[in-house]
Design a protein around this ligand. Sequence first.
Ligand SMILES: [Zn+2]
Length: 242
Amino acid sequence: MIARAGRAGVIQMVVTGSTLASTGRALELARTYPGTLFATAGVHPHHAGELSATSVAELAELARRPEVVAVGECGLDYFRNFAPHAAQQQAFHRQLELARQLGKPVFLHQRDAHADFTAILREHAPQWHGVAHCFTGGAAELAGYLELGLAIGITGWICDERRGSHLAALMPQVPAGRLLLETDAPYLLPRDLKPKPASRRNEPAYLPHIAAVVARARGEAPESLAHTSTAAARALFQLPHP
Ligand SMILES: [Zn+2]
């Protein structure tokens, strides 16, 4: 998978931790492929229940590692509601506090919880280093995130003609230095890949396809977007040049 990504021109990748266990595995991958893979350390709102006062110390140990470039995936998800809102909010508070202590950016998830999400972010700090990962919202959400200082992560959601086409019109409003590209692999296989892959599993090698769709929406060349979004990712996550 890493070789296929490399052949597609994708040479550095951030592997998302979404539980304590998957954070451990992401860190293991980052140690195995230093300089190519990096990890985030966090507990997704779906799993907010696992972030107790004791396990937050475990998460802090993982997050402190140099291979970990961000705290998260953390945030709020009132769409699936796999964890009660109070538990989600508490886990989010704990991880924002951890990011502040470690001086690392945040990797943020939000679905159907915009008001509480931005209120909690503001409660901790007026401005944030971080990314609103897999942005799928509208113009008002986008403006709110940009005002908070966040970068905007765009996935193959924008390639989905059923639910992502509204994103194209918003793309010119994202400043070049704040636009990141992601696959969210293994999820969100772009729906318009041609030929259609045999497997539904998304992977980093498809990132250039997403770059092409976003570049078209912005009216710029894919090479130019590849350059600025790579620079933005390197700046946010403090990635070394390969
Ligand atoms: Zn997410």
